[in-house]
Ligand binder design. Structure first.
Ligand code: NDP
Length: 299
C-alpha cells in the first residue's frame, strides 16, 4: 500500500496563526501597559544557514510588533567578549529575550555561554534552570522546536493523556524536552536513541511518533501503527533527482509513512515554520513574566 491516506498537518498555516495571535497580544500589551517586548539575537561568525535563520527571526520579530536587537560578531570573537555581551543583555531592561544562535565557533564553550543567559530571558529554553523546571513541573521557558511539535499535536489530537508516544532522538534541544512535554501531557513515553533495540518494534506500539534523529527518511511506513500521528522534526538535505540539485527530506520516509499514518507533518512545511513562531511566543511569555503580568497560553 503506497497511497497517501494520512491527513497532512499544515505547520506553515499553524505557525502563521500563532504569529498573528502573538502580534495581537503584543499590540494589547503596548496599549494597556505601554510595554514593547524586545528580543536580542546574537550571531557569531558567518555560517550561511545561521545567517538565514537570524534574518528570518529579526523580520518576524518586527512583524509581531516586538523590538529586535541584532548583534553580529566576527567568527574570531573571544569567548570573554561574548560573555560580556550576554551580561549586558541580561542587564538591559529593554531586552526581554536573548537568543545566541548555535552552532558557535569551536573556540567558544557553547554551554558556558548558554549558562550565562539569565534564565528569565532564555527564550530558547536551553538553560539548565529551564530544563530542570520543565522536568520538575515548574514555570519553564520551553525549547521552541519541541513546543512547536506539541502545539501541532494538541491541535490535531486534542487531549493527549494516555496515548503512547515514542520520541526518536535524545538531544537536549529537541528529543529530551519533547519527551518531557509529552510526559507533562500524561502520555506514556518511550525515548529512543541510537542504542535502542528493535526501534521499528518500539515505533509500532506508538500512537504518536516524533522523529528527531537527523537521519534522512529513517522511519519507514511499516514501523507505523495504522492511524498513528507522525511528527517529523528532521531537516536533511539530500541529492535531488537532477544532477547538482538537492532537496529537503525529513527523518521519516514521507511516502510510506503517509500511507499508514492518520496524520503526518510534511518536510518542508511541517515542524520547521513552528520554531520561530514559538520563539516569538516565548519572548512574549518572558516579557509578561518580567513585568509581573499574567501570561495566558496563546493557543
Ligand atoms: P542530534 O544529532 O543532536 O541528535 C540526534 C539523536 O538521534 C541522538 O540522540 C541520536 O542518538 C539519535 N539517533 C541517531 N541515529 C539514530 C538511529 N539510527 N536510530 C535511533 N536514534 C538515532 O540532532 P538534533 O536533535 O539537534 O536534531 C534532530 C533533527 O531535527 C535534525 O534533522 C535536525 O536538522 C532537525 N532539527 C529541526 C529543527 C526545526 O526547526 N524543525 C530544529 C532542530 C533540529 P544518540 O544520543 O544515542 O547518539
Amino acid at each position: 500500500m503506497t497511497e497517501q491516506t494520512a491527513k497532512i498537518i499544515d505547520g506553515k498555516a499553524t505557525a502563521a496563526a500563532l504569529r498573528e495571535a502573538v502580534a495581537a497580544r503584543v499590540a494589547a500589551l503596548k496599549e494597556r501597559h505601554g510595554i514593547t517586548p524586545g528580543l536580542a539575537v546574537v550571531l557569531v561568525g558567518e555560517d550561511p544557514a545561521s545567517q538565514v535563520y537570524v534574518r528570518n527571526k529579526n523580520e518576524q520579530t518586527k512583524q509581531a510588533g516586538m523590538r529586535s536587537f541584532e548583534h553580529r560578531l566576527p567568527a574570531d570573537t573571544p569567548e570573554a567578549a561574548l560573555l560580556t555581551l550576554v551580561s549586558a543583555l541580561n542587564a538591559d531592561p529593554a531586552v526581554n529575550g536573548i537568543l545566541v544562535q548555535l552552532p558557535l565557533p569551536k573556540h567558544i564553550d557553547s554551554q558556558k555561554v548558554l549558562d550565562a543567559i539569565d534564565p528569565a530571558k532564555d527564550v530558547d529554553g536551553f538553560h539548565p534552570m529551564n530544563a530542570g523546571r520543565l522536568a520538575t513541573g515548574g514555570n519553564a521557558l520551553v525549547p521552541c522546536t519541541p513546543l512547536g511539535c506539541l502545539i501541532l499535536l494538541k491541535r490535531e489530537l486534542g487531549a493527549l493523556a494516555g496515548r503512547k508516544a515514542i520520541v526518536i532522538g535524545r538531544s537536549n534541544i529537541v528529543g529530551k524536552p519533547m519527551a518531557q512535554l509529552l510526559l507533562r501531557e500524561s502520555c506514556t513515553v518511550v525515548l529512543a536513541h541510537s542504542k535502542t533495540r528493535d526501534l521499528p518494534g518500539e515505533c509500532r506500539q506508538a500512537d504518536i511518533v516524533v522523529a528527531a534523529v537527523g537521519q534522512p527518511e529513517l522511519v519507514k511506513g511499516d514501523w507505523i501503527k495504522p492511524g498513528a500521528t507522525v511528527i517529523d522534526v528532521g531537516i536533511n538535505r539530500v541529492p535531488g533527482a537532477e544532477p547538482g540539485k538537492t532537496r529537503l527530506v525529513g527523518d521519516a520516509d514521507f511516502k510510506s509513512c503517509a500511507a499508514v499514518a492518520g496524520a503526518i507533518t510534511p518536510v518542508p512545511g511541517g515542524v520547521g515554520p513552528m520554531t520561530i513562531a514559538v520563539l516569538l511566543r516565548n519572548a512574549l511569555e518572558a516579557c509578561c513574566r518580567q513585568h509581573g503580568l499574567p501570561f495566558e497560553e496563546v493557543f
